[in-house]
Structures are given as C-alpha cells and as structure tokens.
Design a protein around this ligand. Structure first.
Ligand SMILES: [Zn+2]
Ligand SMILES: [Zn+2]
Length: 339
C-alpha cells in the first residue's frame, strides 16, 4: 500500500508499505479517506518537533471506511464510515481509569508517539473508532472530528455555558474549533489574532467580534462588550507567555482561563492575580471522549465540519499540502490529504 512519509526534513515521499493485518480480536482495518494536517505534523515536517524525527508516517486527524474487523468487534462492520480518535493512555493509571487518558503520564497520540494514519490502510482498536452520522456524506470531513474535539475539550474544561462570552486568542483551526463548540453551548465568542484573513473568517463563522492582537484598545473594546467586567472565559489557543498573562488580566472575577498551548517558558502571572479574582485556571490537552459529543453536534446540524477545511490535496500532491501548512497563505485554515 501507499503511505505518505516525511522522509527527511521538508521532504515528502510516497513509499510502499505492507498492508496491516488483523492480529487482535478487537482490531479494525480502516481504508483511510482523508488525513488533515495539524501543527504538530508541520513541526515534524520542519524538523522542529522535540522527539518525532523523520523518516516517519504522521497523521492523527483521519477518517475512512471500515474494510475488516477482528472476531471480537461488535459495533462495526465493513462499509461503515468512521473517524478515529488517536489518543490513548496506559489504561491502568488513575487518569485513564477516570476517563481522562489524555492526561495519562504515558499518553500517546497516533501519528506522534506511534505510527500515523497517512497511509491507505490503518489498523486501530475498536474502542478508538467512531461512526460518522449519515448526514456526513463527504467521508473526508470525518478527519476534522479530532481537531473539533480539541475545541469541545476546551469548552468542557472551561465550563462554557449558555449566555457566556468567551474570548479566544488565536483564530487558527483550534481557536475556530473552540468557538464553534462554544456556539453549540449557547455562548458567544470574541476572537483575537494577528492575521486579518483569520479574523474575517471568525466573523463569518459567527464571532460577535474579532480584533487584531496588536489593537492598542483591545482591552477597552473587550470590556465594553462584557458589561465592563470582562469575559466569563478566556482561552489561549496559541500558547505564548504574554497571551497567558492577557488571559489572566482580561477574565472576569470568578471566571475561567483555559490553556491549550504548550509553551514551556515562564510568565509573569502572580498568585495574587489568581487569588483576587478567585479565577479557575485549567489546562486542556487533546481530547478525552469528545468524539461522540462532536458527532452528536454534527448529526443535529449544530456544527459543520467543512468550516474547518480550507484546502484539499491528493496524495501525489501531499508535499504541497505540507508546504501550504507551513506558509499559511491568505485564506488558509487547514489542509487535508485525501486518498
Ligand atoms: Zn492535531
Ligand atoms: Zn494511564
């Protein structure tokens, strides 16, 4: 079978690999239809990922059609259209047992810690597979259930609810995913980004406001839109120490700050700031069991997976997909490779 490999830094090769075979009773073989490209994959392509090094087959945002099932598989059959949750934990620690495998000390993501899905056939456990609703007639769109799930996770961690205002820093795929999920929960969103085309997309997708990160009146504008008190929830979907500080500064008393970034640098937030507002500061990592929630929102017509995809490439043009994900030209949000 064909696989799209990052063979060396900034180099994509189409390689031949043996097809995966069923070995365990809960194995499912999925014929991959699409894999969308994430920031993590771009880091690997650019040679900037801390531990994923070429040659490697990446890809953790994927959809496809079931072609074979192990003897113990009960919920799926050949022909089912599915999305794959790439996150799995050790299965035995406290986090895993409480349904939070994404926070397991030994958590793994397919396409990052272990082999990825950018290949014609992919073997996966039954518990990681989720059936797409029949309303999703474009199977490729199942690939973006995963990034949408990251937005759902952030809203769950932030306790986002009806009538709230959420300020999201970053109008890239993750910031947009946070907003689209917040809308499903009845909240409204203000998005902040450096790039005007991203702000414009955020407005088109329903942001009540979208401001440039360099706007000198940013804070005043946000306060004016939140009764002078600040937003109920602020969310850093970029991952930068200065944005963490802004999130803490802007959030209303008794509000919640959600952190999705993974910047390791220290910042200037003080204990006193958190204490005075009695705010809640939470991390949000990948997703824990958010696929059913996303698929339900999609089935109910509350969420459109196509909102997340701006460009598609066939496998022979996969190299162009990665290059575009690096360059992020105007109008770019997320690229996918289709098989
Ligand atoms: Zn990702
Ligand atoms: Zn665990």
């Amino acid at each position: 079978m064909k696989a799209v490999e990052i063979s060396e830094t900034r180099q994509i090769s189409i390689i031949e690999k043996p097809e995966p075979q069923i070995t365990e009773s809960n194995d499912i073989i999925v014929k991959i239809k699409a894999v969308s490209i994430c920031g993590t994959d771009v880091h690997t392509f650019q040679g900037e990922h801390p531990f994923v090094k070429p040659p490697v087959v990446v890809g953790h945002e994927c959809s496809g059609e079931v072609v074979a099932c192990g003897a113990g598989v009960t919920k799926f059959k050949a022909g089912d259209h599915v999305a794959i949750d790439p996150v799995f934990g050790c299965g035995s620690c406290r986090a895993c047992k409480s349904g939070r495998a994404n926070a397991c000390a030994d958590v793994k993501c397919r396409g990052v810690h272990v082999q990825g899905a950018m290949q014609e056939y992919f073997k996966i456990r039954e518990c990681d597979v989720h059936k797409l609703p029949s309303s999703v007639t474009d199977l490729a769109l199942g690939a973006v259930v995963e990034p949408m799930g990251i937005g759902a996770q952030a809203c769950w961690r932030g306790n986002v609810s009806e009538g709230q205002v959420v300020v999201v820093f970053g109008a890239g795929p993750i910031g947009i995913a946070v907003m689209l999920n917040a809308h499903c929960l009845g909240a409204s969103c203000i998005l902040i980004d450096m790039k005007e085309d991203r702000l414009e997309r955020a407005r088109q997708l329903g942001a009540v406001a979208a401001y440039s990160a360099t706007d000198p009146e940013l804070k005043d504008k946000i306060l004016a839109q939140t009764d002078g008190e600040g937003p109920h929830v602020t969310c850093d979907a970029v991952g930068h120490p200065a944005i963490f500080e802004q999130c803490i500064d802007l959030v209303a008393p008794a509000g919640t700050v959600v952190l999705l970034g993974m910047d390791g640098r220290p910042n200037n937030v003080t204990e006193l700031q958190i204490f005075k507002k009695e705010m809640t500061v939470v991390g949000s990592r990948m997703n824990s069991n958010m696929f059913p929630i996303i698929l339900d929102r999609v089935a109910q017509g509350k969420m459109n997976l196509n909102d997340m995809v701006s460009h598609r490439f066939t496998t022979d043009k996969a190299s162009d997909a990665f290059k575009m994900a690096v360059e992020k030209p105007e109008g770019f949000l997320k690229a996918m490779v289709t098989f």
